[in-house]
Structure formats: C-alpha cells, structure tokens
Write a protein that binds this ligand. Sequence first.
Ligand SMILES: Nc1ncnc2c1ncn2[C@@H]1O[C@H](COP(=O)(O)OP(=O)(O)O)[C@@H](O)[C@H]1O
Ligand SMILES: [Mg+2]
Length: 395
Amino acid sequence: MLAVDRKRQSLEVGGKIGILGGGQLGRMLALAARQMGYRIFFLDPSPDAPCSSVADKKIVANYNDIPAVLKLGSKCDVVTYEFENIDVQAVIALEEAGYQVYPSSNVLKTTQHRILEKEFVCSIGIKTAPFYPIYTAIDLEKAAHQVGFPALLKTVYGGYDGKGQVKIINLEQAQQVFHSLNNRTLIWEKIINFTKELAIICVRDQLGQTVTYPVTENVHVDNILDTTIVPARISSKVASQATEIAKKIALHLNIVGVFCVEMFLLENDEILVNEIAPRPHNSGHYTIDACMSSQFEQQLRAICGLPLGSPKMLTNSAVMVNILGDHKGDRFFGTTEILANPNVCLHLYGKKKAKPKRKMGHFTVLSDDIKTALDIAEETRKKLSWLETKTKRSK
Ligand SMILES: Nc1ncnc2c1ncn2[C@@H]1O[C@H](COP(=O)(O)OP(=O)(O)O)[C@@H](O)[C@H]1O
Ligand SMILES: [Mg+2]
C-alpha cells in the first residue's frame, strides 16, 4: 500500500494503521484516521476499550503478548502506540519482523523509563528537577544527602496520572516506601516549587520536519490534568524557550510522530523538563477544536509519510477541561445544558464505568480571550454530573 510520492513514501487512502492501545487516545486517533480514509486495527487487553466502536478490527491481548502484537503488525501498513506503558519488547519485535512502527523502540525505551528519560534530557543540556536513581537502599541515603527533601519517590516504569509516586519528607519514610514497593528501582525527585506547569505538543515527520503547537498552561488537581489553558499566560521569551526545548528534544530523540513535553516554570523564568510523552497527549486535546490540524491528524500525517499540517489556532484562546468519573454513577448528565453555549465543544469517550478520577471525556471552550474562556469553563463544569444508571427502562 505504500505509494511513492517523489520524496516520500506515503500511505494510500484505505491503508491500515495499527495502534497498540485502545483507550481514549487510540479512539481519537481512530476518528482522525476515519476522516482521512484509513482503516484502524488496534490491540488492547480490554474487550470494550473506547477505540472498539470506531475501529475496523481489534485484537484483545496483553501488550506483552508478542505473537498477538506481530499479528497486528502483519495486518497493518504502519503501527503506532497510544501510551508509553507498553512492553518495549513488543515494539522491538515489530521492528525486527520488518514492520513499520513509529515512534521507534529507541524513543519508547528512553521515554518510558523515568531515569533514562531524565538522563537523556540532561545529556542534551536541558534542565530537569534534581534527581537521584534508587537501585538499592544505600542510594536512599545518598539521595537524601544530594537531593534532599521534600521529594517524590516515583516508580521508573508504568506511572501515569500521578500513580506510582509518593511524597517523602524524611529518610525513614523513604526507606519504608522503598521496602513497601519491594525494593524496585525508583527515582528520587526534588519537589519543585513551580509557578506554572507548561506543556508543548510537537510533531516530527519522516523527513525531519518539525512543527510545534503553542505552549499550554496546565493545571493539575491531585496530580491529574484538570485544565489546559492556551496560549499559556507567559512572556514571549519563555514561550520561545519552551519551543526551542521541544525542537531540541525532537532532533536528539530522532522521533517520528507526535510527542508532548511537560515542563515546570520557575519564578526566575527558568524551565525544567518534567516528562516526555511519545504520543498525542491530554494537553493537546484542545487542538481538535482549536487548531487547523489536530494532534491526532498530525500523528497520522507523520507516521503515514504525509506532509505535516498547520498547528495554527483558529481562535485566540482555548480552555480544555477533563471530565472525570466520580463515585455517583455511570450515566453522564448535562449534555443539553452544556451544548446550549455554542463556544463549548464536548467529547465523551464512551467508557461504560465512570470510576472515580477516570478520564471519561473533556470539553474545550473557544473564545476571543482567556478570561471569557475560563469563565465559560467554570460555568460548564457546574452543568455536568454523573447519575446512577437506570436499571429498568421506563416505558
Ligand atoms: N518533581 C516534582 N515537583 C513538583 N510537582 C511534581 C513533581 N513531579 C510531579 N509533580 C506533579 O505531579 C504531576 C504528575 O507527575 P508526572 O511526573 O508528570 O507523572 P505522570 O504524569 O506520569 O503521572 C505533575 O504534573 C506535577 O503536577
Ligand atoms: Mg505527567
């Protein structure tokens, strides 16, 4: 299915795209793929993953089930992944079998491991929070001495939405945490007293062209992204500094595809890189409604060998708010009231269970100015709720 288009090999309409993971990111990628005329196959351990209703085919299997992953590869023209906590061996197996997969296993290996990720960032001259790798109990004492408190002990693999991290304020507590986590490898990270959290979505294509979106301002609640404000309320100097950081990472990581850089802004306008996510990211959901090309479309363009689209915003400002589940019920309520405001775009991911803090959807407010967008976002928040699911249909 690969057609030669002078300089590039681009995937023809009707080509098949494989995704490892079928959560909301996979679903939004699949929706963009449908719009572009591609077909979607995905692999996910859950039979009713959110991608199910919009994809053409699925394989229900674990990410470390190499034969299943290779089966996905054999059915697709190009494969990608929608989150970084998959087995890197799966991506290596795809590459070794000669299947096209983006971003590469090298990118995944670095970005899914918090120590390798921070070491990479520092190796290209970009700052991170002070950190210390914890392999043995002795490292805890060294870290206490070198990095100090308060700090976070984070698992190096598998964390997301603040999972796998504990705040520590003394050595005794750090030792307890290390033992309770079965002495597994951790990273000790100094807690940063930041003024803002920033993020930037960036995409790099197969020819090395890079496109960056505007810098966003992220507000987390209980370590989970709550609100993204675009453009971030920062000086143009800070914005260009953040953009240069993303471009430098793109180049040195040699990535093909979309990635997000999460950053801390300090009082003196210095930027520290927190994380790199090698995939479309929650801070880029606003691009669906607010930009010429969404981060999902860009991911497809990059992995399919197409020219990149424009990241230009079609509105002065945008505010994205995550809709999380709570303990009240699984039925979403408020759609009519929310959509009564034409500036609000609503996205729901079709998840059946609205478990507490589970990402169930998001809405994006578009406006001429940030203050109005934030006011509308707060009003909109009040209109949504979760209700108990009706057990019997009323006639
Ligand atoms: N070193 C740190 N100092 C201050 N806050 C932090 C630090 N590390 C993480 N956080 C907070 O916790 C959030 C989630 O942590 P992060 O390292 O991004 O993990 P993940 O998003 O993979 O769960 C961050 O966005 C930030 O709000
Ligand atoms: Mg994060």
